[in-house]
Design a protein. Structure first.
Ligand SMILES: [Zn+2]
Length: 202
């Protein structure tokens, strides 16, 4: 979501109470539209849990242009996903990385992200990859992660990756009329996938 987009500026920024949303009492948030705003649409990153209310036409229009990761570099997206794996808890310590792109996300300052336990393998932007750990036989955690992706332990890296991409696409608010009730599931999937990556299964 590009918070600097003119579209965003034109739209009234206002959080709605659940009651308001339930009553469909609100008017469509699209400028100039007087239809009832019956459809919730997430405001996006940095405005978690806040919604616009649109009429059907405008929620479609909004969803068509909505991209949660808009404006984030691929590295920042990867970092966001990695953060999701640890529940966006800050796990970094002091340290500097060169060439890290500026990013002001929820858990901010990825340049100070370090990985003392080696849980995530190679860091994005790090100059050399972490030593390749011996490929472990799948443990309970890996099995559980595969489970969450609907796969069994025979799944290879390609299968895991394509299943993951598929599920993210399916669970993304874009694909669900802005419905974010699937977001927890999406987070789980991201966490599972990142775990599989960290143990070199994906
Ligand atoms: Zn409208």
């Amino acid at each position: 979501m590009n918070l600097n987009s003119p579209l965003f500026d034109r739209i009234r920024v206002k959080s709605r109470s659940k009651q308001e949303v339930r009553n469909n009492a609100a008017r469509c948030d699209h400028p100039g539209c007087t239809t009832a705003g019956e459809f919730r649409a997430p405001m996006g990153r940095l405005r978690e849990g806040q919604y616009f209310c649109f009429c059907l036409d405008h929620v479609r229009e909004y969803n068509a242009s909505y991209n949660y990761f808009n404006g984030m570099t691929p590295e920042a997206v990867a970092r966001y996903q990695r953060d999701a794996a640890v529940g966006h808890r800050p796990t970094w310590a002091m340290g500097q990385m060169e060439g890290a792109p500026a990013w002001h996300g929820p858990s901010d300052d990825p340049s100070r992200f370090t990985d003392p336990l080696g849980m995530f393998g190679q860091r994005a932007g790090a100059s050399k990859p972490a030593a390749e750990p011996a490929k472990p036989r799948q443990g309970i955690a890996a099995k559980k992660a595969l489970d969450q992706l609907g796969l069994d332990e025979t799944a290879d890296a390609d299968t895991i990756r394509s299943r993951y991409k598929n599920m993210v696409k399916r669970l993304h608010p874009d694909a669900n009329g802005g419905d974010r009730s699937l977001e927890d599931k999406l987070r789980e999937i991201i966490r599972a996938y990142n775990y599989l990556k960290s143990v070199k299964l994906a």
